[in-house]
Design a protein around this ligand. Structure first.
Ligand code: T4K
Length: 398
């Protein structure tokens, strides 16, 4: 138990953890099932190119998302690129800046210009009214992001998109198994993209998927992710290799088998964080709506520097010294990174404030109740003695 700021490892105390505690540690899986699937693939000599394990995974994801089509991919970044190419987008794409840089880079990689729009200051989700204002003659699509697994305002964004005749897509990298208005993420807009990266609640080592109810679009995506094979009229972008291989599919399926357990553990962890930190002045655990379903993959905490006297970056530094690798998801925001910073003059005050004040804390099946208690001890001490901690750190540095 850390009682005084001298107990903090940054100031010479003993670190709270011997080994690093990560945000994004892969969740536990049943290794026997994984190895059985891998052996089956090896025995059958079929390792990629729409193999039976990838097809089974696609069926399971389509079912979970409540959609007709799922095209599995090698990762979500390539899936986003495929979306843009399949929809033959040109010019500008409206999106939030408060997201992992993959959302913007995917769009830029295929020659489009991201136009960043500000977010709701409480939820961090794209603000539909500002999206409507940002639409111009060069706008070709809107990409919403279900940030931290909390869904975008899908109905309002669908209305804006429909009013302007624009396609709407969602980067749902964080939101597999989540709902909005009781409806599963996956069926919103024209298509949505999931990530099955090692750090995600469903993990295929690397992996992604595009889900859609548009059969013709799915067919086009399937062709484009396999070098354009089967497109009678071809495609201006040719095609790429975006396929999910059988090893990733085997891992992803095995991880999906454990989905309910992983989510239950994440939910318990989230509750423990709320119990530990929910009443700390100047600190907010970004909540979940009790009426919806979530995967609870991201525990996000916002620190009010003016109220506490301590900034988010110093809290991360303190935790790092304790062997807790908290993540500033997502900072800097995309518009402050190249190549976007020098391409546009974006003023996004809510994005900038949130990007400077939020951090993600460790969760997942490898994080115990006791670990959460110790992480929260550090956070609580740092925030409740914020001005003293800041002074001590400046003094130590000087
Ligand atoms: N859209 C959004 C909104 C996204 O968040 C992402 C990816 C994408 C699109 C693109 O999806 P993919 O193309 O990746 O499918 C990580 C992930 O690499 C990235 O997938 C994820 N979002 C992003 C939020 O997090 P980094 O730069 O934070 O990765 P890194 O190496 O610092 O790892 C994160 C933490 O996970 C570390 O603290 C260590 C831990 N870790 C990581 C790996 C790979 C492990 O414990 N074991 C592992 O195997 O990006």
């Amino acid at each position: 138990m850390k009682r005084d700021i001298g107990d903090l490892a940054l100031f010479g105390g003993r670190p709270a953890f011997l080994n690093p505690l990560y945000v994004g540690s892969p969740n536990q899986i049943d290794r026997t099932r994984l190895f059985d699937r891998l052996n089956w693939a090896l025995d059958n000599n079929w390792l990629s190119n729409g193999g039976p394990i990838a097809l089974e995974f696609e069926g399971r994801i389509a079912e979970l998302a409540g959609v007709r089509n799922c095209v599995s991919t090698c990762n979500a970044t390539v899936a986003l690129q495929l979306l843009c190419q399949a929809a033959e987008l040109r010019g500008e794409v409206i999106m939030p800046s408060l997201t992992f840089v993959a959302t913007a880079h995917a769009v830029r990689w295929v020659g489009l210009d991201p136009v960043f729009v500000d977010v709701d200051p409480r939820t961090g989700q794209l603000d539909p009214a500002l999206v409507a204002e940002a639409i111009g003659p060069a706008t070709s699509a809107i990409i919403g992001v279900h940030l931290w697994g909390r869904p975008s305002p899908v109905d309002a964004l669908e209305k804006v998109a429909a009013d302007h005749g624009l396609p709407l897509f969602f980067d749902a990298a964080h939101a597999v198994g989540c709902t909005s208005g009781g409806r599963s993420v996956g069926g919103f807009g024209s298509a949505e993209v999931f990530s099955f990266h090692a750090t995600k609640v469903v993990n295929g080592f690397e992996g992604g998927a595009i889900v859609t109810n548009d059969d013709a679009f799915a067919q086009r995506l399937r062709a484009l992710h396999n070098f354009g094979t089967g497109l009678v009229a071809g495609s201006p972008s040719g095609g790429t290799n975006g396929k999910m291989n059988e090893a990733s599919a085997a891992m992803a399926l095995t991880s999906l088998d454990a989905f309910e357990c992983s989510v239950a553990r994440n939910r318990d962890n989230f509750t423990h964080y709320e119990e530990e930190l929910g009443t700390v002045p100047g600190l907010r655990v970004v909540p979940h709506d009790p009426g919806e379903t979530y995967n609870y993959q991201y525990v996000i905490v916002e620190i009010d520097q003016a109220a506490t006297g301590i900034g988010r970056d110093l809290v991360i530094e303190l935790l790092r010294a304790e062997n807790v690798v908290a993540k500033p998801y997502f900072s800097p925001p995309c518009h402050e990174l190249e190549p976007y910073r020098s391409r546009g003059d974006f003023r996004l005050p809510h994005t900038e404030r949130l990007a400077a004040s939020v951090l993600a804390l460790p969760t997942g099946t490898s994080v115990s109740r006791e670990s959460i208690r110790r992480v929260c001890d550090v956070v609580r001490l740092a925030v409740s003695r914020g001005a003293d901690v800041t002074f001590r750190q400046q003094h130590t540095k000087g």
